[in-house]
Ligand binder design. Structure first.
Ligand SMILES: Nc1ncnc2c1ncn2[C@@H]1O[C@H](COP(=O)(O)OP(=O)(O)OP(=O)(O)O)[C@@H](O)[C@H]1O
Length: 437
């Protein structure tokens, strides 16, 4: 990646530090929850459907001229948050203030004129451009929609200006071309031209380079930085890829299951990541040097189901540093037993599996697991099995969350410490949501 230039404004003057710049957007306790109708879990509780908390209690300020990265695995809520910032998705809670407007409160009619100031660049430039529109029509289309150009000549002049700004030159060659005549990088430039032709203030770029050839990725990011200083833009850059975020962003917000778990200046986050999830993501950045021995593992396990997130800290089931307060629960014990059984030979597995009865009872959230013995087995056998599992891997973080294991009546009760949901707190120049800080 090339070196990032010093941030300058349209006049080429070095920009003041972030904290001193004007606040463009103020996001407070933002929630975007989707109700899923008719799910099996919902029916089990006899109520409506499940709720997916795509964005859940997110707060931050976006300063004019900054590049804020939203980084996280698939399903962490980056796109939903980005779309909410543009008024494309309605919040179900909290607020998004853009200048004097609360985007969540505005009617569709009053949102429309603001939308030209808030633009999105999508991942796939081929899907973003209508294959039957030539580039002049496509790039000029927003001017028609917002009735912003006086006649064809003015529209053409603005299209020419936008194409020049994104480096599609000589412009005359591109005006009559169709998307299929352009390379991936050229298409993304045309998409950028269509976004900037409306003179926006904020661009939300959702993985803008991930579908492009490696060879043009850096060039598109450089173009975006150039446009930013020339046109006084502010960016929200959505990506899975921390390597480009490091180059491109002033600040980075790390998202996990709808929450921001760490946010701060890019240098701080990369030099001294705090949240165990951020640490794991950074370790997973591919090393350019193939002989490097830096571990590249992502956190163990998969990102959990957003419709039934873990109790306490959502990251606790995958966290190597989790301890008693992090929210250990019945479902974690079930996962642990299943993982333990994966490592056994068939005979030992069969014997151990028969020791415990129905594991389905551990499927629901809760801090008190009751394990019943299988047919012909006693509760003491279950307790002995749990003891063996613990001895086999005493460092497994789940055990830090267990308050007691007791034989009670005809079963074994595993009692977990109550968990707490960590909120963002200031720690050494960043904000982090983790009980370690
Ligand atoms: N319209 C919708 N209805 C129901 N659930 C949704 C909807 N849109 C998103 N979700 C859910 O919200 C969560 C967050 O999705 P989102 O696309 O914002 O994540 P993301 O981090 O952008 O993922 P990706 O990197 O894969 O695009 C996911 O669990 C997703 O399935």
């Amino acid at each position: 990646m090339p070196t990032k230039p010093e941030p300058t404004n349209a006049a080429g003057v070095v920009s003041p530090p972030l904290a001193e710049r004007e606040v463009l957007m103020d996001v407070r306790d933002l929630e975007v929850h989707y109700a899923l109708q008719g799910s099996s879990l919902g029916r089990m509780f006899g109520g409506g459907g499940e709720v997916v908390k795509a964005v859940d209690g997110v707060s931050f300020q976006l300063h004019k001229g900054e590049v804020l990265g939203l980084v996280g695995e698939s399903g962490s809520g980056k796109t939903t948050l980005g779309r909410a910032l543009l008024g494309l998705v309605r919040p179900t809670g909290g607020s998004i203030r853009y200048r004097d407007h609360d985007l969540g409160e505005l009617s569709e009619r009053r949102l429309r004129p603001l939308r030209r100031k808030l633009q999105m660049v999508f991942q796939d430039p081929s899907a973003a451009l209508n294959p039957s529109m030539d580039i002049e029509t496509a790039v000029g289309h927003p001017l028609r929609i917002h009735k912003l150009a006086d006649g064809k000549a003015e529209r053409r002049a603005r299209v020419v200006e936008a194409l020049e700004a994104v480096g599609l030159a000589p412009v005359e060659r591109f005006l009559s071309k169709y998307p299929s005549d352009l390379s991936g990088g050229q298409k993304q430039r045309a998409v950028m031209a269509r976004a900037v032709i409306l003179d926006p203030e904020l661009l939300v770029a959702d993985e803008p380079i991930s579908m492009l050839d490696m060879s043009v990725r850096a060039k598109i990011l450089e173009l975006m930085l150039e446009l930013k200083s020339r046109l006084d833009l502010t960016y929200v850059y959505i990506t899975h890829d921390l390597a480009t975020a490091k180059f491109f962003c002033d600040r980075v917000a790390i998202m996990y299951l709808g929450r921001v778990v760490e946010i701060g200046p890019t240098e701080e986050i990369f030099a001294a990541p705090k949240h165990p999830y951020t640490k794991a993501l950074l370790r997973a950045i591919p090393e350019p040097d193939p002989s490097s021995t830096v571990p590249r593992d992502l956190p163990r396990g998969e990102i959990p189901d957003a419709a039934a997130p873990p109790l306490g800290c959502s990251f606790h089931p995958r966290c190597p540093a989790a301890f008693d307060r992090c929210g250990w629960e019945n479902r974690d014990l079930r996962t642990l037993l299943e993982e333990h059984w994966l490592g056994l030979d068939e005979e030992t597995y069969a014997a151990e599996r028969d020791t415990v009865g129905n594991l389905e009872e551990l499927a629901l959230p809760g801090h008190r697991a009751v394990l019943k013995p299988g047919r012909g087995r006693a509760p003491e056998d279950v307790a002995a099995l749990l003891d063996r599992v613990r001895t086999a891997d005493p460092d497994e973080p789940l055990w830090r969350g267990v308050r007691s294991v007791e034989v009670e009546g005809d079963g074994v009760v595993v009692d977990f410490h109550d968990g707490e949901d960590p909120r963002l707190r200031r720690a050494d120049g960043v904000d982090v949501a983790c009980h370690l800080y």
